[in-house]
Every structure is written in structure tokens, then in C-alpha cells.
Design a protein around this ligand. Structure first.
Ligand code: GLN
Length: 487
């Protein structure tokens, strides 16, 4: 039984037809993780025993003729989501000893409600700060397409696991690109929904006005199944939006004839690798042949998105991370002389250098005398970026561009240069600042390394985004390719 390359839909059908059991499926993934993950480091925790218990419960549900399309299908969770009774580290030494006392809302929805089986918790950049998964306290994750290269970040463990067939799909989070950028670098489809569409309750906070959970999977169809089960109003999250969820799976299969797609000229300007530009333009031709109407547009303020983000995100992070004080939970320095010494040493020992840099930048831009010059200014530019999209969506249905400027880079190549690392997210950050949904899907390869195509949509247009990606994937087979050694 080689089910690890089957679609989520096919797995669900196989389970319901009792062609294989959830226990067999789960065991197969656990064996693959054991055999292959030492090369990748994509999991921080593998919860084998709990997974088999969940699989048995799913099999019992299926035997009673109950359960839905996801019941019994394995899934990996990014280690940013609280999982009751299971270590939830957020990639940090600070939380290495933290066992969550409750489940995040999406964990409850996916496992308790939908009946998916949790295989384990995926590696990630520390507190989701990074673009290469090299800031994790648990060591870097390797890209299965070339293990000398980064998988992208911060959801590097989630994408490496799915790309290597160590999970059918995984959850991920995106504050400035952490779903789309790593999906692009590993040949996956990753979607960040509209801000407020998926509950943030139990998702460890980085920058609360930007953080949004989503999914990485091999196809838009797979992503639609999982996102459907994650989405929806949650009274426990005050920014969750009370609005019915579209049927994302039923929304697939629509013709894209007449779909108006805008190409922002700023996304094809200097800085974009020629080979990436040419793969993206090939994809545009495919969509055009399917009936999409292509036009050039402008998002004039998008070049300001990186500097804006690197004021807003650290400001919010410095406030959110104040809770790690060595007193309530998390790392606590030994033999502290007094309370202040305890705070200082616990934080200095528990946080890595990138997290400390963000806390310092954030504290600075919020401090008296600098607040107006930096934080307030950044909020004003954020509004301009939002206005750009509002204007664009008056004339087009979707915005299309590359996800990243280039393919995956070598491990270590950018670790000493934070600014060049930050520039990785030049095409992804604007969607977070505006709160709109955005998706990345693979559109080909350069020298054996995947290239990502990004689609951005208007608020709550997840169904349209997924359908456009699905239509493209009906006409192409890039997304079906598997990395050598992990077939
Ligand atoms: N790479 C960006 C950062 O380091 C975005 C991270 C994210 O989306 N979580 O902040």
C-alpha cells in the first residue's frame, strides 16, 4: 500500500470504502518519519502513541458509518499551536518545557471534530521569526529538494514534512509570508486566508494584527479540504469574524473564463530572478489559455511593505513576548539574585538572537519620542498599502505575481545578514498588512528547484483563489512532482 502520495480526497474515499484503515495509514506515515526525517529535521515531536489512539478512534467512527471527508487522515501541526498534553515549543528554548494545558481552536476542529490524526509537531523558526527555518532552537530544517538548502520559513518543518511525504498536509501560520514563501520553495500549495477567517485562539502570538493560520498541502484541492475544516467564527478570538464559511471544496471545478487577473508591475521589477520571472509568465499563459483576462496593474506602495512590516511586527512582538518572564511558565533561569535578575536572565537564556533583535527593535519604535516617527508612521503607510489593494480589486478579481524573488538558497547563506533575510518576504508581506487572503502554488522548476506563483484575492475570496489554483493544477503537473529520495 503506497498511499503517501494520494490526494486527501482519495485517502478519504479509501478510508470510507475500508480499502485501508486509519491505523495502517498512520503507521505508514510514522514509519516514513522514522526512516526519512533524520535527513530533514522537520518534526520537533512525533506523537506516535497518541496518533495510533486517534487512528483507532477514527476507524471506529468510520465503522459506524460516521465521520466526514477528513476522518482518519493524518496531519502534522506546526509547533505554534497549543496541543493539550503535548509539548508546544514554538521553536524556542523558552518553551522547550511547556506542555500546553489546552488545545488551540483549530486543533480541536481538525482532530476532535473532523477526526484527523495528529502525527506530531513540526519544526519552525523561533516564535515564527525567520524566512529559512534557521532560527529554530531545534536546529535548521533541510529542503527535501536539496538538503543543502533551506526550506523557507517560518513554517519550514510543515513544508518539508509534506513535500517529503511525511504527512499528507500540515498546518502553518503566516505573519509576513511564512505559509507562502516556504510553500514556494518546496513545490507545495499554501494558503493564508483572510485575517479573522481562522481562529487565533491557542496559536502562540507573534504579531497579532498580522498572524493568520492556514495550511500547506500538495494541491489546492487538498488545501481546500483542510482549510474548510479549520475556518469559521470562534467566540474565543476577539478578531475572529462571524460570517459563514464558503464551501471551498464545492467551489473547485468552476471555469475561470473571464476571471480578471492583474499583474502588479512592482512585482516584476528589479530584484526578481529572470528564471523565476519566466516560469511565472509561463503560468500566466496557461491561465490565459483557460480564459483568464490578464492586465497590468500597479500597487504603488508595495515597495514600502518590508520597512512597514519591520516596524509593526517587532512592535507587536515586543508586547506579546513580554509574557515570557520566567515566572509563570517557560524557561526560568537558575539561582536568580532577585526578581529583576530572574526576568533578565530567563529572557536572555530563553530567547535566541533573532527574537532578541525583534524585541529590541519593537521596544525602540514604541518608546516615547520614537512612537510618532516609527510606529505611527508605519500604521499610516499600512493604510496606503491597504488602499492600493482596495483600488486594485475594483478592476481585477485576483492579483498575480511571484511568491519569492528566487529559488531556495543555501543553508547559512543569509544568517549573518538580517536585512537580506527580511527581503525574502518582499512579495508576501503586503497581503498580511492588508489582511487579504493569498496563496502560493508551484509553477515549475529552475535547476531542479521549485518556483512559486502567488495569487492574492479580495477579502473572503478563498474559494476563488483555491479554484484558480485548482484549475491551473488541472492543466499542469508541477505539483505532482516529488523530490528524489522522498518519492
Ligand atoms: N519572515 C518574516 C519574519 O521573519 C515572516 C514570518 C512569518 O510570516 N511568521 O517575520
Amino acid at each position: 500500500m503506497s498511499t503517501h502520495r494520494q490526494s486527501i480526497k482519495a485517502l478519504g474515499e479509501g478510508l470510507r470504502a475500508r480499502k485501508f484503515s486509519s491505523r495502517e495509514l498512520t503507521q505508514q506515515y510514522l514509519q516514513r518519519i522514522e526512516a526519512l526525517d533524520p535527513q530533514l529535521n522537520s518534526y520537533i515531536s512525533v506523537t506516535a502513541e497518541q496518533a495510533l489512539a486517534q487512528a483507532d478512534a477514527a476507524d471506529a467512527r468510520l465503522a459506524r458509518g460516521e465521520g466526514g471527508p477528513l476522518t482518519g487522515i493524518p496531519l502534522a501541526q506546526k509547533d505554534i499551536f497549543c496541543t493539550q498534553g503535548v509539548k508546544t515549543s514554538c521553536g524556542s528554548k523558552m518553551l522547550d518545557n511547556f506542555v500546553a494545558p489546552y488545545d488551540a481552536t483549530i486543533v480541536g476542529k481538525l482532530h476532535a471534530d473532523a477526526g484527523m490524526v495528529m502525527l506530531g509537531k513540526c519544526n519552525m523558526d523561533e516564535f515564527a521569526m525567520g524566512s529559512s527555518n534557521e532560527t529554530s532552537w531545534y536546529g535548521p530544517v533541510k529542503n527535501p529538494w536539496d538538503t543543502t538548502r533551506v526550506p523557507g520559513g517560518s513554517s519550514g518543518g510543515s513544508v518539508a514534512a509534506v513535500a517529503a511525504g511525511l504527512a499528507p498536509a500540515a498546518t502553518a501560520t503566516d505573519t509576513g509570508g511564512s505559509i507562502r514563501q516556504p510553500a514556494a520553495l518546496t513545490n507545495l500549495t499554501g494558503i493564508k486566508p483572510t485575517y479573522g477567517r481562522v481562529s487565533r485562539y491557542g496559536m502562540i502570538a507573534f504579531a497579532s494584527s498580522l498572524d493568520q493560520a492556514g495550511v500547506v498541502a500538495r494541491s489546492a484541492e487538498d488545501a481546500a479540504y483542510v482549510l474548510q475544516a479549520m475556518s469559521g467564527f470562534d467566540p474565543l478570538d476577539s478578531t475572529s469574524i462571524d460570517r459563514p464559511v464558503d464551501d471551498l471544496v464545492a467551489g473547485l471545478g468552476q471555469s475561470i473564463k473571464g476571471l480578471r487577473i492583474g499583474l502588479p508591475r512592482e512585482y516584476f521589477a528589479e530584484g526578481l530572478a529572470d528564471a523565476v520571472r519566466s516560469r511565472v509568465m509561463d503560468a500566466v499563459k496557461v491561465l490565459e489559455a483557460q480564459g483568464a483576462v490578464i492586465s497590468e496593474i500597479s500597487l504603488p506602495n508595495s515597495p514600502l511593505s518590508v520597512p512597514t512590516y519591520y516596524v509593526v511586527a517587532p512592535a507587536e512582538a515586543s508586547s506579546n513576548l513580554a509574557r515570557y518572564d520566567g515566572v509563570r511558565y517557560g524557561h526560568r533561569a537558575a539561582d536568580a539574585k532577585n526578581l529583576e535578575d530572574l526576568y533578565k536572565r530567563s529572557r536572555a537564556e530563553g530567547f535566541g538572537p533573532e527574537v532578541q533583535r525583534r524585541i529590541m527593535v519593537g521596544t525602540y519604535v514604541l518608546s516615547h519620542g520614537y512612537y510618532d516617527a516609527y510606529y505611527l508612521k508605519a500604521q499610516k503607510v499600512r493604510k496606503l498599502i491597504y488602499d492600493d489593494f482596495r483600488r486594485a480589486f475594483e478592476s481585477v478579481d485576483l492579483v498575480l505575481g511571484p511568491t519569492t524573488t528566487d529559488v531556495a538558497f543555501a543553508l547559512g547563506a543569509k544568517t549573518d545578514d538580517p536585512v537580506s533575510m527580511y527581503l525574502n518576504d518582499i512579495y508576501t508581506i503586503a497581503a498580511n498588512l492588508a489582511g487579504i487572503p493569498a496563496l502560493s502554488l508551484s509553477c515549475g522548476f529552475v535547476d531542479g528547484l521549485p518556483v512559486g506563483l502567488q495569487l492574492m484575492g479580495n477579502y473572503f475570496d478563498e474559494a476563488r483563489l483555491l479554484n484558480a489554483a485548482h484549475q491551473y493544477q488541472q492543466a499542469t503537473d508541477w505539483h505532482m512532482q516529488a523530490p528524489k529520495g522522498f518519492e
